[in-house]
Design a protein around this ligand. Structure first.
Ligand code: SAH
Length: 377
């Protein structure tokens, strides 16, 4: 008799064993393993089309998204003085759709097509295969790297859409006047289930990560810390401080320091309990754009934005692009393009929740569509 093999059960067992040995896991460790356990994590086991089925991102909604980002990159390259070669890097490329749309508009700048060396930074072996298929006909050479710091050094154009939101988030809860790490343990009554528990008090360096206006929130308040995002910005700065470059991040989140639990799990377009059946749902949390901007300034970079996605895309010519593509369409096709543009840019759709921020090497001009970030008073 053979039993069905269920990756979700195997992952739950791994997490249970880990908790039994090490004690409660910080939320960030739980999230990391649920997404990236090399055998049973969400990004490792999901057949990627299935993964693609769980949520839909801007590049999958419309080719116009990647095309406008591509035009942004062409303009940045020209502002850099048209370096050759230039490393065109994407972090977390998903199905490869955005890069294929970017690559198509690069054809408008033959010098850039000749200069660009594309590197996709991807953790999921399954998605790497999908990316290879999507980009089989691309006019530029494609490589993969496991991490940003292993990409060939040099002038850089870096793009990342919905990458930061899936990096592990830490959560802290104020309890009796003390900030404590939120952890995951086994449920006290239902031994098979996971439950949130209060972990140890935050250390002094961790406390310093909580934005000052949030320090004295009342008991029961929750703040999120994103050390992994800051580490990405530092890795970006290592490149951009050595060679000219721009880096563009698009994601959902808040611009002002904020508090509250934003950890969410999406399975087949439905919000589900983040602790239920780890590895079978996508876990994300909001990006904190104020912290991201500060990390950029601290690392010596110029910071531009954040601006809402709708405003950014319209500034880059979303409506003009839609009208141009519509010329070759029948009435149904035109309606589809209009609908896509609205999904990307209308405030009640992705237009306002999603924000855009860019970093640039010292001395470079502002990138298209973004104003210089100014520190709040
Ligand atoms: N940018 C794509 C996909 C977003 S999903 C889109 O907009 O459609 C997040 C992507 O980031 C996936 O490709 C995932 O495998 C990848 N990813 C997440 N964490 C990563 C990490 N630490 N290193 C490399 N890739 C990562």
């Amino acid at each position: 008799m053979t039993e069905d093999f269920r990756p979700a059960e195997a992952l739950a067992a791994r997490l249970r064993d880990r908790i039994a040995t090490d004690g409660p896991l910080p939320v960030s460790a739980f999230m990391m393993q649920a997404l990236f356990d090399p055998m049973f994590g969400f990004y490792a086991t999901k057949d990627p089309l299935g993964a693609h089925n769980d949520f839909i991102t801007a590049p999958e909604i419309s080719q116009m998204f990647g095309e406008l980002i591509g035009l942004w990159a062409v303009e940045c390259w020209s502002q850099m003085g048209e370096p050759d070669p230039v490393q065109l890097i994407e972090l977390g490329p998903g199905t490869g759709r955005m890069m294929s749309d970017v690559a198509r508009v690069l054809r408008a700048a033959p010098g850039l097509v000749a200069a660009a060396e594309v590197t996709l930074v991807e953790a999921s072996p399954a998605l790497k295969m999908v990316q290879g298929r999507t980009l089989a006909g691309a006019p530029v050479p494609i490589r993969w790297a496991p991490r940003l710091d292993s990409v060939r050094p040099g002038p850089t154009l870096l793009l990342a859409n919905e990458f930061l939101d899936c990096l592990p988030v830490r959560q802290a809860i104020r309890h009796e006047g003390v900030w404590r790490e939120r952890c995951v343990a086994m449920h006290p009554d239902e031994g098979e289930r996971f439950a949130f528990v209060l972990g140890p008090a935050l250390s002094a360096p961790d406390l310093a990560l909580i934005p000052a206006p949030l320090h004295d929130l009342p008991d029961g308040s929750l703040v999120e810390l994103r050390p992994a995002d800051a580490a990405v910005v530092e890795a970006v700065a290592e490149r951009l401080n050595d060679h000219p470059g721009y880096a563009l991040f698009i994601d959902y989140g808040a611009v002002e320091p904020d508090h509250g639990d934003t950890l969410q799990a999406i399975r087949k377009h439905e919000k589900v309990d983040p602790l239920d059946a780890p590895g079978t749902a996508d876990l994300t949390a909001w990006v904190a754009f104020d912290a991201l901007a500060r990390a950029g300034l601290d690392a010596g970079l110029q910071v531009f934005g954040p601006v809402e996605q709708g405003q950014f895309l319209k500034g880059l010519g979303l409506d003009v692009r839609a009208a141009l593509l519509a010329k070759a369409q029948d009435r149904e096709g035109r309606a589809r393009l209009e609908r896509q543009a609205a999904r990307l840019s209308a405030p009640e759709e992705m237009g306002a929740l999603f924000k855009v921020i860019a970093f640039a090497s010292p001395g470079l001009a502002p990138p298209p569509g973004l104003d210089r970030y100014t520190l709040p008073e």
